[in-house]
Write a protein that binds this ligand. Structure first.
Ligand code: NAD
Ligand code: MG
Length: 403
């Protein structure tokens, strides 16, 4: 039997520096690892909201453990189960997109962990920014789709975004204390995914199971497929452009199969900095939450006593056309990255449903980018319409592809 939400967990009743969290997407890979960090530092956190898309059982278990003020269940079919389990504990159960935005802007919350996957995360991040929360941003698609809009809102609301994505966390750490005008370029490292050395002529036959077997990272399915096509790195270039206000021609990609160097920053004086660590997302998640502090933690260390071989090579842009598609969309500007993102999300879903081939993913995105007009300064409602239209264009295009 769980106790009802205890009185000493009311907002403001613990130290002023307590991180009062809303964890959006708490049942996913990043969300669950965020809660691992909370377990490591129970006195530093108060979890006030948790949200799930479909996994009601895990959401209920997390809520029983952390006793938030509210939870949000995305899947309407599971709402009753969650209400029956949690309302007797005094936990409010909210639903759907509106519930997510409410959890993102909840009174008393000071830090929102944005760990939904895909376009579905956009509105809640905007709600958090508008409510002046600090956002620990894992949901890279938000900045891909709406980088211009979110940057504008951040300025207007004096908001803060701290990156969770390991490459952007690395860059953020390398930039600490450096004057903005001293940065020459950003170099994002990429593992190269499971098909780095696989011959291009066999790419047509890549199965879903092969694409889901990432060599270094255990992640949600969508980002795992994005890593296999290398669209993940393309999305990260767009994310970096907005996070660090650096034009695309000063952001490059370097394949580094060990995933130990998480990215580099090159400076105007010829010096470069890198951030290193084992591939463990709990480290950048913790940094996003502890920033500007660093908290001692028992995460596994690199072994500095032995021989270490770090390998780097340029990406193969012919084998991985998603990289150039992302740069093209970024250069086109306006709503083009939103088209890129929606077409990619739709194509990844269709590949996971085994309705298209691996090699159809970039072809389909290319088709969407080439056939849709690009709005220059889209508002949120324009981006929502553009997302829906790009998905429709992809569906229609795919119907014409012979399997
Ligand atoms: P995931 O699929 O494991 O989890 C996604 C979470 O969002 C789940 O809680 C899911 O229930 C929820 N969700 C999905 N669609 C929803 C909807 N329509 N409504 C409500 N909730 C919904 O994904 P993940 O791997 O944790 O990735 C989350 C984000 O972090 C992605 O944008 C990804 O690119 C980014 N990221 C992930 C990693 C990683 O190691 N997993 C690393 C870097 C960046
Ligand atoms: Mg990354």
């Amino acid at each position: 039997m769980c106790p009802k939400r205890a009185r000493n967990q009311e907002p403001g009743s613990r130290g002023a520096d307590v991180k009062r969290l809303s964890v959006l997407g708490s049942t996913g890979s990043i969300g669950a690892q965020t809660l691992d960090i909370v377990r490591l530092f129970p006195d530093r956190f108060d979890v006030r909201a948790l949200t799930a898309g479909t996994n009601a059982d895990l959401l209920i278990a997390q809520a029983r453990e952390f006793l938030p003020e509210c939870v949000v269940m995305g899947d309407a079919g599971r709402l009753k189960q969650v209400k029956q389990a949690l309302e007797p504990l005094g936990i409010r159960v909210l639903a759907g997109r509106e519930g997510l935005c409410e959890a993102a802007a909840l009174d008393g919350v000071n830090t929102v962990v944005a760990a939904l996957v895909g376009f579905a995360g956009l509105e809640s991040v905007i709600a958090a920014v508008r409510a002046g929360k600090k956002v620990a941003l894992a949901n890279k698609e938000t900045l891909v789709v709406a980088g211009q809009l979110v940057t504008h809102l951040l300025k207007a609301h004096k908001g803060t975004v701290v990156p969770v994505d390991s490459e952007h966390s690395a860059i953020f750490q390398c930039l600490a204390g450096e004057p903005a005008n001293s940065v020459e370029s950003l170099i994002l490292t990429a593992s190269g995914g499971p098909f780095r050395t696989r011959p291009a002529e066999t790419f047509r036959d890549i199965t879903k199971e092969e694409a889901l077997a990432h060599p270094n990272w255990s992640m949600g399915t969508k980002i795992t497929i994005d890593s296999a096509t290398m669209m993940n790195k393309g999305l990260e270039v767009v994310e970096a452009r907005w996070l660090f206000d650096i034009p695309a021609n000063r952001i490059s990609i370097l394949v580094h199969p060990q995933s130990v160097v998480h990215s580099f920053v090159a400076f105007a004086d010829g010096s470069a900095k890198a951030q290193l660590g084992l591939p463990d997302m709990r480290v950048p998640i913790q940094y996003a939450l502890s920033y500007p502090e660093r908290w001692p933690a028992p995460h596994e260390r690199l072994d500095w006593s032995g021989t270490m071989h770090l390998h780097f090579e340029p990406p193969d842009r012919v084998k991985f056309p998603c990289l150039d598609l992302a740069y093209q969309a970024l250069e086109a500007g306006g709503a083009a990255p939103a088209i890129l993102n929606a077409a990619n999300e739709q194509a990844v879903d269709l590949f996971l449903e085994e309705k298209i081939r691996f090699t159809d993913i970039p072809d389909t995105i290319d088709h969407a980018l080439g056939s849709m007009p690009v709005q220059e300064h889209p508002k949120l409602e324009d981006l929502i319409a553009c997302d829906a239209e790009a998905r429709r264009v992809v569906q229609e295009h795919v119907r014409a592809i012979p399997i």
